[in-house]
Design a binder for this molecule. Structure first.
Ligand SMILES: [Zn+2]
Length: 295
């Protein structure tokens, strides 16, 4: 694992490196972290000609923003990304503009995304496999929920799940808390994705924010119950009082401070405005869901 040092701060976003004859990095981090991550890869003995795969769980800039810079620094590397999101890696302008609108005042902390030539992008469908050699094999699994275009990555030799944001966030000593940002988070889809991952019974699991969980099965179970609570809170809150109702119900059913349970982790949530983003994402979902129920 490499700490990408988002915003110069440790413990926010993690990149994962899987060894093998053709090594892979999963979620290289934000563009502003690229120089640091490239330096860490070199320090691990992965030279300019060695890195073969840049694997993206989804195209939020805190995960994928460094992909273009890494593709420049490692000219033989190919970028593996959900097929429906692949065009944004080749032509990132719209993605960057839309992302900066969500990040607001923090946009410069994340940076943008440099384009990569289409010939170096590998569009992945569900169950796409990447053979890293030396017995290591990655399988990409579509796991919508945090975002519609989210994939999780399973390494078969070790039984390791690289969950991206599918299980939520656990900064520092904090507990797990779902991360449901605008504009296409969907807690019901997230629960189906967790069931799909649980079927694979991973031995280890690691999250992008931040790193390994102690017990993969327990984390999957907890993440499912938390998404269930958020979905119920969002629907009840939306019907009663729109976004404000959601904020109230979420606080009642899954109180941030108590669930996170650690002052430093809570400060990270608040600094990054992820709690506010959660309410925004749940509001958009509740509005879509109740509208389609009416029709
Ligand atoms: Zn993320």
């Amino acid at each position: 694992m490499i700490d990408t040092m988002l915003g110069g701060v440790p413990g926010r976003t993690a990149a994962h490196v899987v060894a093998g004859r053709t090594p892979a990095i999963i979620d290289p981090g934000a563009e502003t972290s690229a120089a640091h991550v490239i330096g860490e890869l070199h320090r691990m003995g992965i030279g300019s000609a060695d890195l073969a795969w840049i694997v993206l769980t989804h195209i939020h800039l805190d995960h994928c923003g460094a992909a273009g810079a890494l593709a420049d620094a490692f000219p033989d590397a190919r970028i593996v990304v959900f097929d429906r999101a692949a065009r944004h890696i080749a032509e990132p302008e719209r993605l960057v503009t839309a992302s900066h609108a969500v990040y607001g005042e923090h946009a410069s902390m994340y940076g943008g995304l440099a384009p990569t030539d289409e010939s170096r992008i590998v569009p992945a469908a569900d169950r796409h496999e990447i053979d890293l050699g030396n017995g290591f094999r990655l399988e990409m699994l579509t796991t919508p929920g945090h975002a519609r275009h989210h994939m999780s990555v399973l390494e078969h030799a070790t039984g390791t799940l690289f969950a991206g944001d599918a299980l939520g966030t656990h900064f520092g000593a904090g507990g797990l808390y779902p991360n449901t940002p605008p504009s296409d988070a969907d807690p019901h889809a997230g629960r189906e994705s967790i069931a799909k991952l649980a079927e694979r019974a991973p031995v280890f699991a690691s999250t992008a924010h931040f790193g390994p969980v102690a017990d993969a099965a327990a984390a999957l179970d907890l993440a499912d119950r938390q998404l269930e609570a958020l979905a119920e809170a969002a629907l009840a809150g939306w019907v009663a009082d729109g976004s404000e109702g959601i904020a109230r119900e979420v606080m009642r059913r899954l109180p941030l401070a108590e669930t996170v349970g650690d002052a430093a982790a809570l400060a990270e949530w608040e600094y990054l405005r992820w709690y506010d983003d959660n309410i925004g994402g749940l509001s958009a979902w509740a509005e879509r869901t109740t509208a389609s129920d009416d029709s």
